[in-house]
Design a protein around this ligand. Structure first.
Ligand code: GTP
Ligand code: MG
Length: 389
């Protein structure tokens, strides 16, 4: 998780410290090449005519873009340098990306960071965050926090990287919602079984997460029963039965097309009569009919009165997952989220966004296809995985 985001943040914030020297050297080599072929590259930038005009004004016989020719003519010199710099970025974007941004940022910095320089910096950071699935509302919050920490505040030049990093870390720490402990909540309920409803669009990992949580409950000596509330998708009941067999846990089911609320109700009765502590209710995910899904959940909620409603979403779907979480939370209130497929999500912004947008914590991360691949969500781990600790 966070492979891309971590790398980008590290390049953006730490770039100058580690690469200041090589920057100059590395950046200079291609400048020479750029000068030699300037015609073509400058054309790309649409600045060639500007140079022509300036040089004609100086009565030059031919247009030569060499450093010697323009020596002592500051306005052209400056213009050429800017063009070469921009051409260099086009020709070799990696160099710009990896090295020069923070150096430039630092160069502009004296004892305080002015608003303009901060805006320039944040534009870069914003792009990185958005590209890595951090939701817009979260980016705005990060901007607000960092602006308060950094703009017009006295900072020593040598501390600027550390201060920027610290500010980003503090902001993300504030944005992430602390998870509660599911096991603790279960233990606290004294009367009747603890009912957990799982919902989310198709393929998000509901059934697999139920199986993984069953495994966790078993490890904590908490007996449970599963309700095959997905009576909609072909083979869904068989899929849950298979997990039940493997894990040695009872699955309550009816036929396909049956009312999921009735199946869940049966499972609660079973748990009550058998003294089982937890009921885990599986449901159908309907990708294209969110309204139907919401109606179905509302009915199940009315009938079963769950103690916990867990939204299950795929980490890799980014803003879609965040948006769904928001809609479901507004429709019937979620208690928390399980974010699945974190093992294949290299961006990770969903893990930062979902909690903030819903105000409800991410409880667990699905990190693979085995029963043990369900990890309790940890703020510290997220910060550490982002390379901000
Ligand atoms: N890599 C990875 N795969 C996962 C994870 N969680 C679930 N999957 C896989 O995702 C696929 C869909 O998982 P399901 O549990 O069937 O999803 P669902 O939400 O119940 O799907 P529907 O019942 O069709 O709505 C399966 O192939 C799972 O093995 C995870 O954390 N990591
Ligand atoms: Mg399922």
């Amino acid at each position: 998780m966070f492979k891309f985001l971590k790398e980008k943040l590290s390049n953006l914030i730490k770039g100058s410290k580690e690469t200041e020297e090589p920057v100059e050297k590395k950046a200079k080599a291609p400048v020479k090449d750029v000068k030699e072929n300037t015609g073509e590259k400058i054309k790309k930038l649409g600045k060639k005519q500007e140079i022509h005009k300036k040089q004609k004004e100086k009565n030059e016989e031919e247009v030569v873009y060499s450093a010697e020719k323009i020596e002592g003519k500051p306005e052209i010199n400056e213009l050429e340098e800017k063009i070469i710099e921009e051409a260099n970025e086009i020709v070799n974007p990696e160099i710009e990306e990896k090295t020069s941004f923070f150096s430039k940022f630092k160069k502009k910095f004296t004892s305080k960071l002015d608003q303009g320089t901060f805006n320039n910096f944040f534009e870069k950071l914003e792009q990185i965050l958005l590209e890595n699935n951090v939701a817009l509302g979260v980016v705005d919050k990060i901007r607000e926090d960092m602006e308060k920490d950094l703009v017009n505040i006295e900072i020593k030049k040598e501390n600027i990287e550390d201060e920027v990093k610290k500010s980003l870390k503090n902001s993300i720490e504030r944005i992430l919602v602390d998870p509660f402990d599911i096991m603790e909540k279960i233990k606290l309920k004294k009367e009747g079984p603890f009912i957990i409803l799982f919902f989310g669009i198709n393929g998000s990992g509901k059934t697999t997460s139920i199986a993984k949580l069953t495994h966790k409950l078993q490890k904590n000596n908490i007996p449970c029963v599963l309700a095959a509330g997905d009576t909609f998708r072909a083979a869904s009941i068989e899929q849950l039965n298979k997990h039940g067999e493997k894990l040695g846990v009872k699955v309550i089911s009816q036929d396909y097309g049956a009312d999921p609320a009735a199946v869940a109700f049966d499972a609660i009765k079973y748990a009550t009569s058998h003294g089982l502590k937890v009921v885990l209710i599986d449901t159908a995910g309907r990708m294209h009919t969110k309204d139907n899904l919401i109606k179905e959940m509302e009915k199940i909620i009315r009938v079963t009165k769950p103690d916990m409603k867990i939204f299950v979403a795929e980490s890799i779907t980014g803003n879609d997952a965040t948006e769904q979480a928001k809609i479901f939370n507004e429709s019937f209130g979620i208690d928390g989220t399980i974010l699945t497929k974190a093992d294949v999500d290299e961006k990770g912004g969903t893990a930062i966004s979902v909690g903030f947008i819903t105000g409800k914590p991410i409880l667990m991360l699905g990190t693979g296809q085995n029963y043990d691949d369900l990890e309790v969500f940890s703020k510290e781990e997220i910060i550490s995985n982002l390379g901000l600790d």
